[in-house]
Design a protein around this ligand. Structure first.
Ligand SMILES: *Cc1c(COP(=O)(O)O)cnc(C)c1O
Length: 400
């Protein structure tokens, strides 16, 4: 029985490796991995299989392994194979949201009494998941500054099962050294989880740097058009991939066929979008650094940014997110958000359109009073792919 399983796993790995053709570059994989033209019709784009169940050719006679769409759906499979290829993993799994993916991951990795180290500037929803949900189920957690591997090491406990990292982080664009933290986690027997939402796999590939699992909110850069909510987990560890797939099916928070298709469409243009996001963010950061109403700018592309060197080492470019503190405090920061016109006032990030928000009152309101509270004079920008001149002009007028 075990031999049979091993043989099947080996055959699948060989097939996946062949399908992945590692010689191909990211831009090519983004368009083609997992996306063979439809066998029945030749449709160049994988169809949206909006269906719950599949005809069996005799009891147990499944076509292509599909029986029920919670367990597997061809559109979702196409996305999952694409995501695995883009992150250089073996297994990709697509969920209804980033938080659904995180929930599946933590319930796969942890049992009551286990401990997790989470970053001191985690995404607010991630923090809430640990502090308000997982804690009720006996999961323990500590907060550490993940830009400092020694601080993470000091936070480890005998039952630490996961070190959770976001880099660049949200909203302060802190940078964690993924390779260094992979060492820290490995020596403790813990898994390193990297939330790669801000960088996207085009800019940063955590699995190659030693991470065990990559988390995405595909709602953001992967989808890229602010028209879908989704999440993903990717791992290079086949056994862990099986466990995650078991939990995905057992708990059921899957990505639906249409949502999977939207994320897949976004993935095809990820590389060109990210290049423009990065170039525009650099222009915006340049304006902010020299602006008298701006006290501090958080952008990993700035040489003065504390994580600049690590970011330059592990990222292709510095991303499309920029945060800054406004002279005059909270009210002044809120005013800048209200005065912006081309930058749309709204939560979320990673879409083609530029967004502005006040983390203290919006995305990070749930972290108020905790170790993750953000400065009240902070403004966060998701710099879109409009003309850089127009973006700079809008910010200049919003700052007054
Ligand atoms: C948005 C976000 C999440 C949560 O994803 P949802 O799709 O909103 O559930 C997790 N991590 C980061 C870094 C995010 O920006």
């Amino acid at each position: 029985m075990n031999d049979q399983h091993a043989a099947r796993d080996e055959a699948r790995d060989a097939e996946q490796n062949a399908a992945r053709t590692p010689a191909q570059h990211f831009e090519t994989l983004a368009i083609h991995a997992g996306q063979e033209p439809d066998a029945a019709t030749g449709a160049v784009v994988p169809p949206i299989h909006q269906v719950s169940t599949f005809k069996q050719d005799g009891v147990g006679g499944l076509r292509g392994g599909y029986e029920y769409s919670r367990s597997a759906n061809p559109t979702r499979t196409a996305l999952e194979e694409n995501l695995a290829a883009l992150e250089g993993g073996r297994r990709g799994l697509a969920f209804a949201s980033g938080l659904a993916a995180e929930d599946c991951l933590l319930r796969t990795l942890l049992t009551p009494g286990d401990h997790v180290v989470i970053p001191n500037d985690a995404y607010g929803g991630t923090f809430r998941l640990f502090a308000k949900v997982a804690e009720r189920w006996g999961v323990e957690w500590d907060v550490a500054d993940s830009s400092d591997p020694a601080a993470v090491r000091a936070a480890l406990r005998p039952r630490t099962k996961a070190v959770w990292v976001e880099t660049p982080s949200n909203p302060l664009l802190g940078i964690a050294d993924i390779a260094a933290l992979a060492d820290v986690a490995r020596t403790a027997g813990a898994r390193l989880v990297v939330d790669n939402t801000f960088a996207s796999p085009y800019l940063q590939q955590p699995l190659a740097l030693g991470a065990d699992v990559v988390v995405h909110s595909t709602t953001k850069y992967m989808g890229g058009h602010s028209d879908v909510v989704g999440g993903a987990l990717i791992t290079a560890d086949a056994a862990l991939g099986e466990e995650l797939a078991f939990h995905q099916n057992a708990m059921g928070a899957i990505a639906g066929p249409f949502d999977s298709w939207l994320v897949m469409r976004g993935a095809k243009t990820l590389a060109v979008r990210m290049d423009r996001h990065c170039a525009n963010a650099a222009r915006v950061a340049e304006l902010l650094v020299s602006h008298p109403k701006v006290v501090q700018v958080y952008y990993p592309g700035l040489e003065t940014h504390p994580g600049h060197e690590v970011a330059a080492k592990q990222m292709r470019d510095f991303g499309g997110m920029v945060s800054f503190r406004v002279a005059g405090g909270e009210e002044a920061a809120v005013e800048v958000c209200n005065r912006a016109e081309l930058f749309t006032l709204g939560e979320s990030l990673g879409g083609v359109e530029s967004l502005i928000e006040h983390p203290g009152r919006m995305t990070h309101a749930s972290a108020a009073g905790s170790a993750l509270e953000v400065p009240s004079d902070l403004v966060r920008l998701s710099v879109g792919i409009e003309a850089a001149d127009d973006l700079v002009a809008d910010l200049a007028q919003a700052l007054g």
